[in-house]
Design a protein around this ligand. Structure first.
Ligand code: FAD
Length: 470
């Protein structure tokens, strides 16, 4: 009789559940152990809830910008709008819960065993033969495993001097408990999460102060894109405090006082702390099992998701490779393919498309100025402002651009940055070009709809050809 591979997956987020579906399809016996709910933080507290909140914020932005297109709401030339945050958050949480249920149902239908509980490796020095599970009901199970996949994710980092109280000093997982819109919201941290929430709450009607320790919002992202976003934020009335590192946040009755390292203070009704994440790797029995971690606690993996223990793989935010649901899912699938002896392509981060869900959105793929200069300075670049695009003019979109990178000589598309409403949907053509090694001429030769925002992608490709010929 053939041996059926027994795979135990600790963590039911995208790193875990996507791997489970693939493994079950390939004939393995699969168990997913999760302590907080299938879908993980991605579905229950991070990705899905934030994008659902942002969907409401986007509608608000559209309405606020509508008078420019001749729309009259409550009088000529102005729009009076407001949100019922209780209803918005009820919708957010219901949608996340339903998404979690749908994924759990899909797993069970695929033949995956799902256990609510906390998992931990049982192993001594290099090979793991079982996982111990403390179940939600209070029991303990020992699950034998040929292969273990760790996909335990991450949680918000907390500062000792700015302890979240869940009421007025909040992490991004706690904001959905609010029933009323924060009147004055201080967002500490101007990375992707801080910028997304700052933009969303400003659109919903809060007066937002964004506290950034760096020169500009979105450090580490495309600088042209970050500049556009910062200008839009300020034009919409947000206060952006750059080079301002927060050292503490404390309650003062119904207010919150945020202290900055240079001695200044900022006050508001609420404060959202968005100062990064910590990997959930403390109580997994890693050291005993021979699974090495970095000083930050992330699990060390190679490009096929192998850890330093022979039959243990890891995927997603617990590895710190790139904190995206899409990357977690890909790492998980790769782990399973590898473990089951299937053909496998090692993960290639240069092909990852990512999006920042602000208004306008910022979508990137492949090489951008930020990484191209350090990685490989050999590139041509063209940047087309969005306000040169006829469709954008009709829609009243002024802020943004399409930027394309290509290899001089061959014209191979290396990457791109799109700053535009729904840039997340527009980047796909650039992703295809990067993935398939298309040339700018091939991209330019494809018909685009007239008028359309995607016309700017083809036009940028066309310009790269003529730039190259000059
Ligand atoms: C606010 C915010 C918005 C985001 N938006 C996006 C986005 O739009 N697009 C995108 O691609 N990415 C987004 N991300 C990133 C994305 O959420 C993460 O990259 C993704 O959740 C990683 O998936 P994962 O499977 O590694 O872990 P998670 O989704 O964190 O799931 C891990 C699961 O494992 C469980 N677990 C942990 N330890 C144990 C244990 N010992 N036993 C059992 N279970 C355990 C956890 O409780 C959790 O349920 C966002 C992140 C944040 C913070």
């Amino acid at each position: 009789m053939n041996h059926v591979t027994r795979i135990v997956i600790i963590g039911g987020g995208p790193g875990g559940y996507e791997a489970a579906l693939v493994a079950a399809r390939l004939g393995a016996r699969v168990t997913v152990v999760d302590r907080s709910g299938i879908g993980g933080a991605a579905v229950l507290t991070d990705c899905v809830p934030s994008k659902t909140l942002i969907a409401t914020a986007d509608v608000m932005t559209t309405i606020q910008d509508a008078p420019e297109l001749g729309v009259e709401v409550n009088g000529v030339g102005r729009c009076e709008t407001g949100v019922d945050l209780g209803r918005v958050n009820d919708r957010v949480l219901a949608l996340a819960e339903k998404q979690s249920e749908d994924i759990a149902e899909g797993l069970i239908k695929a033949g995956v065993e799902v256990i609510r509980g906390t998992g931990r490796l049982i192993g001594d020095g290099g090979t793991v033969r079982a996982v111990e599970v403390r179940t939600a009901e209070g029991g303990t199970l020992t699950m034998e495993a040929d292969t273990v996949l760790l996909a335990t994710g991450a949680r918000p980092r907390e500062l000792a001097a700015a302890k979240p109280d869940g009421e007025r000093i909040l992490t991004w997982t706690q904001v959905y408990g609010l029933r009323e819109l924060p009147r004055e919201l201080i967002v500490v941290g101007s990375g992707v999460t801080g910028a997304e929430f700052a933009g969303a709450y400003q659109a919903l009607g809060s007066q937002v102060t964004l506290v950034s320790s760096r020169d500009r919002v979105l450090p580490g992202e495309d600088q042209d894109a970050a500049q556009v976003l910062e200008e839009v934020f300020q034009r919409r009335g947000m206060t952006v405090l750059s080079r301002s590192r927060a050292s503490a946040a404390v309650r003062d009755g119904d207010r919150v006082v945020v202290s900055l390292e240079d001695g200044r203070t900022v006050t508001g009704t609420h404060c959202l702390m968005a100062v990064g994440s910590l990997p959930n790797t403390e109580d997994l029995g890693l050291a005993e099992a021979g699974v090495q971690t970095t000083p930050s606690g992330h699990i060390i993996v190679d490009r096929v998701s192998r850890t330093t223990a022979s039959n243990v793989y890891a995927a997603g935010d617990c590895t710190g490779l790139l904190a995206l649901a899409s990357v977690a899912a890909m790492q998980g699938r790769i782990a399973v393919y590898h473990a089951l002896g299937e053909a496998v392509w090692p993960i290639n981060l240069k092909r990852v498309s990512a999006n920042i869900f602000t208004s306008p959105e910022i979508a990137t793929v492949g090489r951008t100025t930020f990484n191209a200069e350090s990685d490989d300075p050999n590139f041509d670049v063209v940047k087309l402002p969005l306000d040169t695009n006829p469709r954008a003019k009709m829609l009243g979109f002024k802020d943004g651009f399409v930027k394309l990178y290509a290899r001089p000589g061959s014209g191979t598309v290396l990457g791109g940055v799109i700053v535009a409403p729904r840039a997340s949907e527009l980047i796909h053509s650039v992703s295809m070009a990067v993935d398939l090694h298309l040339s700018v001429d091939q991209v330019a030769a494809v018909f685009t709809v007239y008028p359309s925002l995607s016309g700017s992608v083809a036009e940028a490709a066309r310009r790269l050809h003529s730039d190259h010929e000059e």
